[in-house]
Design a protein around this ligand. Structure first.
Ligand code: UT7
Length: 329
């Protein structure tokens, strides 16, 4: 049996960082940010005692509440993140402890902006194989922890947030996650979007701090070009492999990095604007959080019905990218 989503949830921290706020910090302006990215504001987790595991814990608790199951019913927790609370233990183990899922095993998966789609794909295999019946998959990033707020090329783009789902065997054949296509291209991507400090190559030293190596670096223009091509290609591939016309697609749920990338993907698919999910204006790019936050909002707005066809697509550091076709049950 295929894996189906049986609950969705999201958590966005309450504090807002608006384009106007950024104007006071950097040489930038609201008009530039909105016209080049579509972003108006983003959320920032300001409490120094809280980090990615906190946001995931909030999502986890909500998921259990919505699905009306106990924490002990969860068999596996996968957290997609590139901003774990710490290098180890995994954020997934911290989340297991927060929600009290004593019977689960738990691990992190890092595929940057494609993390949630990679994790959803991995989780679906445990359901399809019959190994597990209830898996929690959360995508979350606290991007404010790795942003240099004096660098206008990245500071304007990212925000903090988390979203997640519970996956279970679909009740009927023909529903759930029906197709997945995942890609990586380290040769092209490894130098374009990265954080060099704090890992085994450049462990933290005074020098790495002075050189700002604990912040995100992005070659925005190159990443933009690659993202437009890869997201459109994988969306097209998912449609043709599954004989989906633009009319058949109820929602395109794209990674939320830049409204111009979202528009280019939708255009290539021939999908009308009202079917394209976008909240990048309100949250910016929350990396692994974007797609599950979109799913949670669609669900809250009661837009998902039995038989709704969803195409999810992402692109991010690595490079990593992918697409998933799912039929809502
Ligand atoms: O999540 C997956 C990974 N990330 C992405 O998908 C992001 C991909 N990249 C992008 O979204 C875009 O490349 C950016 C939004 C980062 C930049 O947009 P762009 O249209 O590619 O601008 P640009 O980097 O080519 O810069 C154009 C101009 C430059 O000035 P000059 O050289 O033309 O005089 C920049 O210095 O805009 C300037 N600029 C800014 N001006 C005001 C760059 N950042 C800013 C800023 N405010 N924040």
């Amino acid at each position: 049996m295929k894996a189906a989503i049986t609950a969705t949830a999201k958590y966005l921290p309450p504090d807002i960082l608006s384009n106007r706020d950024l104007e006071l910090m950097l040489e930038t302006n609201d008009e530039w940010i909105r016209s080049r990215t579509g972003i108006s504001e983003r959320r920032i987790l300001k409490d120094p005692a809280k980090a990615t595991s906190y946001m995931c814990g909030e999502v986890g608790r909500l998921l259990l509440e919505k699905r009306q199951i106990a924490a002990d019913d969860i068999e596996l927790i996968i957290i997609a993140t590139m901003t774990p609370d710490m290098l180890f233990p995994s954020t997934a183990c911290l989340v297991q402890s927060i929600i009290g899922a004593r019977n689960a095993w738990a691990f992190d998966l890092n595929a940057a902006c494609s993390g949630f789609l990679y994790a959803l794909n991995v989780a679906s295999r445990f359901i399809e194989s019959g190994a597990h019946k209830k898996v929690m998959v959360i995508g979350a990033d606290m991007m404010s922890s790795i942003i240099d707020y004096t660098d206008r090329s990245t500071a304007i783009l990212f925000g903090d947030g988390a979203g997640g789902v519970i996956l279970e065997p679909a009740k009927e054949e023909g529903f759930g996650i029906l197709d997945t296509r995942m890609y990586s291209d380290g040769a092209s991507g490894k130098d374009r979007l990265l954080m060099t400090g704090g890992g085994s190559l450049h462990p933290a030293t005074h020098e790495t701090i002075d050189k700002k190596m604990h912040y995100i670096y992005q070659d925005g223009r190159q990443v933009f070009k690659s993202a437009v091509v890869a997201m459109a290609d994988v969306a097209g591939e998912i449609m043709s492999r599954n004989n989906l016309s633009a009319n058949d697609v109820d929602y395109l749920v794209p990674h939320q990095a830049n409204q111009r990338i979202i528009n280019a993907t939708a255009e290539r698919m021939g999908v009308d604007d009202e079917k394209v999910v976008s909240n990048v204006a309100r949250y910016g790019n929350t990396t692994a959080g974007t797609i599950p936050i979109c799913l949670a909002e669609l669900d809250e707005e009661q837009k998902l019905h039995t038989g709704s066809n969803l195409v999810l697509v992402s692109f991010g550091a690595g490079y990593t990218w992918g697409g998933i076709y799912l039929k809502w049950q």
